[in-house]
Structures are given as structure tokens and as C-alpha cells.
Design a binder for this molecule. Structure first.
Ligand SMILES: Nc1ncnc2c1ncn2[C@@H]1O[C@H](COP(=O)(O)OP(=O)(O)OP(=O)(O)O)[C@@H](O)[C@H]1O
Length: 574
């Protein structure tokens, strides 16, 4: 068991002793509220903070939990503790049913997702109010037997919330340090790239949403007993989502404990002002503090302090990683990628028009063509970034058309982007190790980090391992794209204009590097406008024009082809 888990369990055990200290009941209800808001804020953060899908629907899932526990215990006489798993399950089912539809639609991201989840709160509230679930007068829980966990009724409710808070902290922490957490942070920064790098984005979002909703449902279930009277009007409001967003942003959404810090800070502040008969002043104070935090601590209180202490800590030296051993180039003549009649249309633009092309194992194939001829689209379709509109693609005999992008990455195809698209909030090392974990190499956390160091040494970026992508210059960002592609140990690498924007010296360096990549056993398809690089590297070239393949063969021959000359220079005027 690691120190963090021991710390969480130890603090929980200490707080669990409070009911036996003989303190006034006031302390228990105050501690109850702290735990209650901690569960809600931490659970919201698991989807919204980690993956960036801002949900305003937490009130709906919390409310479903409240009504499930209230209905089952007060109307159907279930023992109260039995109602809690049901509350969590009902909330999770609603969340996952919603996610199963919404997460498939690319356009429902950002503010649209927030609005949609807010609308769900009101829809669920209206249904509950106008059906037998509530029926109008609400549900009373006065007659429900409170499970005797502590010495008194109020201490029992507090202990239930404490157990929930400890469990939520443990779950939040475990997700943060797991593959799921890393995948969610990648989704936060660039979901499309995360998918292309091998992260199963749909499954991860759905799982995070399910866990988040289940915990909100649990908090709702316990809260039903705490308030002992449940009404739709007070449950399905904007208060819960707004408060948890404030708490999480205040504490820091990128840290597993940030929302807990925010929950403690805001609950204490509100309690302080309410106890002094100044609840309005308390709300104003929370607002002012939040504005100050957003302005001066954009990563929240915890993010701010962690950054400061990290700055003071000496950065551990990079392990003495050596670049991977060179494997013998494999030029077997075997077809690695077999593309047949591939087409892609974008509303009226036929970007690829029946392209048939074979890529042989161990070769470097240059993909050429004038601007807008379909080169990047070819890479986008083969890597699964865009679905094809027609045709077939076989990689090592396996059909790629119809596969999701993460499955294509896991099959052994890696790519770079013409304009580098690193994960902005992950360090250079994390950017590379993430791909080693999720891509074709499928390594565990430790192996992936070691693999990332090796490839950073190979591309000369090891001194930048702790930097954020924004701190890199263009040359380094292009090399980071390359390093990420290599860390997945791909059998096919698709390079999209890695040389554009580089100086002549940097281009020479990149040419040497691309040769080394092939010498390590990978097959390369590269899109390039820098002709001296094409001539120096390519075994064969293929030329596209208006989405059609017009020539393929050795570079010297193809560049003399009349169709190619006219595609680049135009047809001579009579
Ligand atoms: N996402 C998109 N939506 C609509 N049209 C697109 C999209 N991506 C590409 N296109 C269109 O498809 C055609 C081919 O574009 P593509 O980017 O593949 O060309 P390219 O050969 O890579 O060009 P360049 O050398 O300038 O990068 C162009 O007409 C382009 O405008």
C-alpha cells in the first residue's frame, strides 16, 4: 500500500473516532457537510476535471440517488443501507445511457455538453415531480430506521458520509495515477489525437461518467436521510452543479485531491458566515475568492502550491537512457499496407478518389502532390482520424476500414501531424510514454516510461523531458511528434510534412533521423514538399493530384512523368 492510500485511510480512521469524543452534535453535522460536498465535488471532477467534459448535470444524478433511496426506504420499506447501492446504480445507469448517445457525437463537446447536461437536470426533475416517483408533495423519511453505525442517529449519518468520502478520495486517486486517468487527461487536451494515439476515448469517457454518476447517486442517497424530506423543487436545481464546479475550480481540477480542498474551503467559509448570521456575505466572499483564484491561480489552490514546491524541488536527473538498438532493415517485398479504391469526400470536395496503392515492408515511400491533392487526407484516413467514404485498406492482411482509430494505432500504425498536436498539459515525457502505453507497444506504466526515455534519447529531446510542449521551439515540437510515433513501436509510420518550417541544418538532422528509423525496422510513408529530402530518402514515390493517384515508382522516373510535371507546373499553353 502506498503512502497516499495509507494517508487517506489513516485520516478517515481518525475522523471516524469523532462520534465517540462526546462533542456536541453540531460538529457531526458540520463534518457531514464537508464529506457530502467532498463526494460531490470529487465525483464531478472524475469526468469533468480529468477529461474536460464540463457537466452541469450533477444535480440530476445526485437527485436520482436521493429519490431512489427515499422511495425505496420510505415507500417500499427497504433497509436504508440496501438502498445506497441501488441509488448509485440508478444514477450510473442514467449517466451511462446518456453518455452512450452523447459521447458518440463529435459536435457535442464543450459548452454544448454542459448545456445538454443542464437540460437533463430539468427534464429529470420534471419527470420526477409529475409521476408517482414524487407525485407532488415529496417524500418524508421520518419513519425510516437509521442504520446504527455510530452511537447516535446523527453520528451514523456522518459515518456513512465519511465512508463515502474516503471511498471517493481513493477512487479519485487511483484513477488519477492509472491508465484511465492518463487517457482522460489526453482527452482533455485533444480528444481526436488521443484516439489516434490509441486511447479508447469513447469507453474511457463512458467509464468515467458512470463512476462519477454512481458516486453522486451515493451522496444523494445519504443526503435523503440527512434532510429527511425530499422534494423535486429543492433537489433538481442548479445549486449542486454550480457549487461543485466552484469547489473543483477553487481547489484545482487537475489534481485528484483539488476538489476536496475546494469543498473544505467553501464549506468552512459558508458555515463561518452562516453561523455569524451573514449567509449573503458568505456567498459574496466565495464569489470574490473565486474571481481572485481564477485570475491569479488558474490551476486552483492545490495546483498553485504544487507548482511552487515542484519549482523548489531539484529535478531528478534523466536516467542514462540509450537509443534503441538498430534492427536490420527488413526489405522483404511483402505488402504491409494494401489500399484499394480508397475514397474520402468532404461535403462536395472529393479529397481522395479511388486511390489504390501498396506499401511494402521496410521501404520509405514518399507521398507527393501539389497543395490540396489529398496527401494529408490519405494519412488521416489510413490512421482512422477520418473514416473513409469508400474502398478498403488492409494492414498485414487485416481490414482497417471501419475500425476505430485507437484500434488502428494498436494494430501498429503511428502517425505525426503536419502542425504538431502535442497534449499541451502533459510533459514531453508523458506525451511520449502515453503513446508507448496506448499504442501498438501496449506497455505498462513503468515500461512505457523507460521506453519514452529511450526514444527521447534517440531524437535528442531527453533534456526537455520535464518541459511542457509550449516551451519547445518548432524544431523540437516536430521531433516530439516523431518521438511519440516511434514510442508505440509501430510497424508503419506515417509522417506528415515533418520537415516543413525547419532550417536547412535541421532538415539534414531530420533526414538522418528518418533513415535511422527505417534502419530500426519500421516502414515509412512520408508526405513532403522538400524535394531534396524526398530524393535523399524515398525508395519509391507516389504522386496524388485532385485526390487521384497519377504515378508511382522510383523517384527519378516518376519526376519525369508527363502527368506529374503538368500537375506541378501546369500544362504548357499551346
Ligand atoms: N476536414 C476537412 N473538411 C473539409 N475539407 C477538407 C478537410 N480536410 C481536407 N479537406 C479538403 O480536401 C482536399 C485535400 O486536402 P489535403 O489536406 O489532404 O491536401 P494536401 O495534399 O495534404 O495539401 P497540402 O500539401 O497543402 O497539405 C482539399 O481540397 C481540402 O480543402
Amino acid at each position: 500500500m502506498n503512502k497516499t492510500v495509507i494517508g487517506i485511510l489513516g485520516s478517515g480512521a481518525l475522523l471516524a473516532s469523532v462520534p465517540w469524543l462526546g462533542l456536541p452534535a453540531f460538529y457531526e453535522s458540520f463534518l457531514y457537510l464537508l464529506c457530502h460536498w467532498m463526494i460531490l465535488a470529487l465525483s464531478w471532477n472524475i469526468l469533468s476535471g480529468y477529461s474536460g467534459y464540463f457537466s452541469f448535470g450533477h444535480g440530476a444524478f445526485f437527485g436520482i440517488g436521493m429519490y431512489t433511496s427515499a422511495g425505496l426506504s420510505a415507500n417500499l420499506n427497504w433497509p436504508f443501507l440496501w438502498t445506497l447501492p441501488a441509488a448509485a446504480l440508478m444514477a450510473a445507469l442514467l449517466g451511462m445511457a446518456l453518455g452512450a448517445v452523447v459521447f458518440r457525437v463529435k459536435s457535442v463537446r464543450g459548452e454544448l455538453f454542459a448545456l445538454l447536461t443542464l437540460a437533463i437536470t430539468f427534464v429529470v426533475g420534471t419527470i420526477v415531480l409529475n409521476t408517482r416517483i414524487d407525485g407532488g408533495p415529496g417524500i418524508y423519511l421520518n419513519a425510516v430506521a437509521i442504520p446504527a453505525i455510530g452511537p447516535t442517529a446523527s453520528s451514523s449519518i456522518y459515518l456513512m458520509a465519511l465512508i463515502g468520502a474516503v471511498a471517493t478520495l481513493l477512487i479519485s486517486y487511483r484513477i488519477h495515477v492509472s491508465r484511465l486517468g492518463l487517457g482522460l487527461f489526453a482527452i482533455h487536451d485533444d480528444e481526436d489525437v488521443a484516439e489516434v494515439m490509441g486511447v479508447p476515448t469513447f469507453r474511457y469517457k463512458l467509464l468515467a461518467f458512470g463512476i462519477s454518476c454512481a458516486l453522486a447517486g451515493l451522496a444523494g442517497g445519504i443526503h435523503a436521510l440527512f434532510v429527511s424530506y425530499v422534494t423535486a423543487g429543492e433537489t433538481f436545481t442548479i445549486v449542486v452543479p454550480l457549487t461543485v464546479v466552484l469547489m473543483s475550480v477553487l481547489g484545482g481540477t487537475r489534481h485528484w485531491a483539488g476538489p476536496a480542498v475546494g469543498a473544505v474551503a467553501i464549506t468552512c467559509l459558508m458555515y463561518f458566515f452562516t453561523a455569524g448570521n451573514n449567509p449573503i456575505a458568505g456567498k459574496a466572499a466565495v464569489g470574490v475568492i473565486l474571481v481572485l483564484v481564477i485570475l491569479f491561480m488558474p490551476n486552483g489552490i492545490l495546483g498553485y502550491f504544487l507548482k511552487r514546491t515542484a519549482g523548489r524541488r531539484s529535478v531528478p536527473p534523466a536516467p542514462s537512457a540509450v537509443a534503441p538498438e538498430a534492427a536490420a532493415p527488413v526489405s522483404t517485398g511483402k505488402v504491409l499496407l494494401d489500399v484499394r479504391e480508397l475514397s474520402k469526400a468532404f461535403r462536395g470536395v472529393q479529397a481522395l478518389d479511388g486511390v489504390t496503392l501498396q506499401v511494402f515492408e521496410g521501404e520509405i515511400l514518399g507521398l507527393l502532390g501539389p497543395n490540396g491533392s489529398g496527401k494529408s487526407t490519405f494519412i488521416n484516413v489510413v490512421s482512422g482520424h477520418f473514416p473513409a467514404t469508400g474502398g478498403q485498406m488492409f494492414f498485414e492482411g487485416r481490414q482497417l476500414a471501419g475500425l476505430e482509430a485507437h484500434s488502428i494505432a494498436q494494430a501498429g500504425i503511428a502517425r505525426t501531424y503536419q502542425i504538431p498536436r502535442p497534449f499541451a498539459h502533459l510533459s514531453v515525457l508523458q506525451n511520449v510514454s502515453l503513446v508507448a502505453m496506448f499504442g501498438g507497444a501496449a506497455l505498462n506504466h513503468e515500461q512505457a516510461t523507460a521506453e519514452a526515455w529511450k526514444w527521447l534519447a534517440f531524437t535528442g529531446l531527453q533534456d526537455k523531458a520535464d518541459a511542457l510542449p509550449d516551451d519547445l521551439n518548432l524544431h523540437q515540437r516536430k521531433f516530439l511528434e516523431l518521438t511519440r510515433a516511434l514510442a508505440s513501436r509501430p510497424r508503419l509510420v506515417l509522417l506528415d510534412e515533418v520537415l516543413s518550417g525547419l532550417t536547412p541544418g535541421e532538415i539534414n538532422e531530420a533526414i538522418t533521423l528518418i533513415r535511422k528509423i527505417r534502419d530500426r525496422g519500421a516502414t515509412i510513408v512520408f508526405v513532403e514538399h522538400v524535394m531534396r529530402a524526398v530524393m535523399a530518402l524515398a525508395d519509391r514515390v507516389a504522386v496524388l493530384n485532385h485526390g487521384k493517384l497519377i504515378a508511382v515508382g522510383p523517384a527519378q522516373e516518376v519526376m519525369k512523368n508527363a502527368d506529374v510535371v503538368s500537375a506541378y507546373l501546369g500544362t504548357p499553353h499551346a
